[in-house]
Design a protein around this ligand. Structure first.
Ligand code: FDA
Length: 303
């Protein structure tokens, strides 16, 4: 219901205009998005690093409409890697393959990502390959395996809502490929994904334990307190050192939880989006939490 409402709202030009221009809206958007430029992104990441957080930079923009646009995305990421090197940021970059041309040419997409991975490797950093909807999973994992075998310096993402993920985790662990484990953010059918949240959560915990036991530097990406408690319990019980894994969360989401994990001495990487195409990302963040929508509505009424 809320999601459908937001979908309708996300198509309203007046709302977009208000969000892009109003100072009240900026207070809300800046909680989740660093800004539209790499300069703003870098300032946020420097502040996060100074506070003890690691970062991953996400240049917003999915599903480009031409290979030229994909090349522009690659250039934006190269510029981001340059900034990471220049300022010695404790940061990786997170990319979506559709943004780097996967829908047009697998070969061109591979060449674009390879360029980023080679640069990241030369600076001792990593490229994290976000996972998109289920039709992309095979191609995404094949590309990750290919680049990992030649460079290292890549991390795969596994979505706990997919039935196939248990076997994908085993496969990737067999190749010592680092994994970010998340629940999964796309609308998937019951043919490929657990329809019930309860089953997704149970699968998440199963895969998380598997990664703690057999994974290479796993990244536990969640804001779910119950899941994070299970993770902390497991880590203590098995004496897993805090530098053998990391937690990951979205910038601006679950900030109390973020502070608590950091204070307890754990590594926490924040996924920090920036760029002109921030609008769909922002609407998705709103859809995940009713309180954000109330905040938005209150400010809209004031203006
Ligand atoms: P869950 O949805 O159960 O939420 C747990 C708690 O967090 C709830 O109390 C909820 O209210 C709160 N919460 C969640 N979102 C919130 C928000 N926007 N504002 C306030 N509170 C919020 N997905 C994907 O398909 N491919 C990918 O590559 C990635 N990559 C990725 C990286 C990182 C670092 C993270 C943290 C997440 C992703 N995801 C992703 C998204 C992921 O699949 C999932 O949709 C969200 O993280 C929400 O799931 P949680 O595990 O947080 O649990």
């Amino acid at each position: 219901m809320l999601r459908s409402l937001l979908l309708v709202l996300s198509r309203q030009p007046w709302l977009r205009h208000w969000l892009e221009t109003s100072p009240a809206a900026e207070r809300l958007t800046s909680r989740f998005i660093a800004g539209s430029s790499i300069e703003r992104e870098v300032v946020v990441c420097q502040r996060l690093n100074a506070d003890g957080y690691l970062a991953t930079l996400d240049h917003l923009g999915e599903s480009v409409t031409s290979l030229e646009e994909a090349e522009r995305s690659r250039e934006a990421y190269l510029a981001a890697l340059d900034q990471i090197a220049k300022l010695n940021l404790e940061a990786t970059v997170s990319v979506k393959l559709t943004q780097l041309g996967l829908d047009f040419s697998e070969a061109a997409c591979l060449a674009n990502v390879e360029c980023l991975v080679a640069r990241a490797k030369s600076m001792g950093r990593m490229v994290e390959i976000d996972m998109e909807s289920s039709p992309y999973v095979d191609r995404t994992l094949a590309l990750v395996s290919n680049l990992h075998a030649r460079y290292g310096s890549v991390r795969a993402v596994i979505q706990a809502y997919l039935y196939r993920s248990e076997s994908d985790v085993q496969n990737l662990c067999g190749q010592s490929i680092p994994i970010r484990l998340c629940k999964g953010a796309y609308r998937e059918s019951a043919d490929v994904a657990f329809p019930r949240k309860k089953d997704v959560d149970a699968n998440y915990v199963r895969l998380m334990f598997e990664l703690f036991d057999r994974g290479t530097y796993p990244a536990i990406a969640s804001h779910d307190e119950k899941i994070l408690d299970r993770a902390l319990g497991y880590v203590r019980e098995r004496n897993i050192a805090a530098d053998r894994f990391e937690f990951q969360m979205l910038y601006g989401v679950g900030r109390d939880l973020q502070r608590r994990l950091l204070a307890a001495g754990y590594r926490l990487r924040l996924y920090v989006p920036y760029g002109n195409a921030w609008y769909p990302y922002f609407m998705r963040r709103l859809a995940e939490r009713p309180a954000n929508v109330v905040f938005l509505a209150r400010n809209l009424l004031k203006n």
